[in-house]
Design a protein around this ligand. Sequence first.
Ligand SMILES: [Zn+2]
Length: 303
Amino acid sequence: MRLLKRRADLNYQQLSENLRTLSDKHGCELLSIGRSVLGRELWTIRLGWGARSVYINGAHHACEWLTASLLLAFIQAYLEAREAASPLWGIDIGEASSRASLWITPMVNPDGVALAKEGLDAIPQQYHSTLLKWNYGNPNFREWKANIRGVDLNRQYRADWLKAYESSPKTPAPKYFAGEHPESEPEAKAVADFTRKLKPEFVIAYHSQGEVIYWNYRRKAPPEARRIAKELSRLTGYALVGHNPREAGYGGYKDWFISHFHRPGFTIEIGRGMNPLPLAQFNSIWQKNAPLLANLANYVLNL
Ligand SMILES: [Zn+2]
């Protein structure tokens, strides 16, 4: 299959095919860490072979699917730079590969992405009437954030989950419903299980609401988190924000990672304006985030 080069507008099928082609071509590990509610594999690729790990994921939120496009574009650029033995934004990718393994799940919420991108046509008929009800009768799902059961996957983790539950809708909704209990949804459980198994040095969750980087959670982040956050901010120009429950809520992935592992975790919010972000922003998002991603293996050095 033909590889899509730095494509902003990407669906699950294209993502899966491209990941498979890239992993075959470059001989890197591709695994599924679990399945979505509708049975889509949660593809995760490993870049590099270093013993220390960094975990990066995208598209917890359905309408933020541009983060998956960004991560696929990076995976391809990284593997091609390594094969050509040419530096990527000044980084020697061969050296980076032996320093750390980057594990990347570009699309945590593929069912939600299918709904937000392609509408009800992409979803089995038996879900239609319930989804319409949860979307307040609106047949337009472009701004849908949740998974296909109306649970906000980034409120599913064990970081003051009860506060997430209490401060949100108590029933399925386009966004903010934290579910009936933490990790009730297979997508969030797969990400949490994989993280527990991998025990990465630090994690990055990509979202797309404003150009900011959240780097702390209730002042629990270790001291080195601030140093890495400053680097991430310098490379992207995105502002740093501590934990602000009014904006970030509770039960988030990076919040759980920080409080559970006492290691650095970051949420990077790409782009500006309402989700879904206009495709025209993709190039500038790429310019800002690709150098950051290329540099990640270096940050394990001083941890
Ligand atoms: Zn988000």
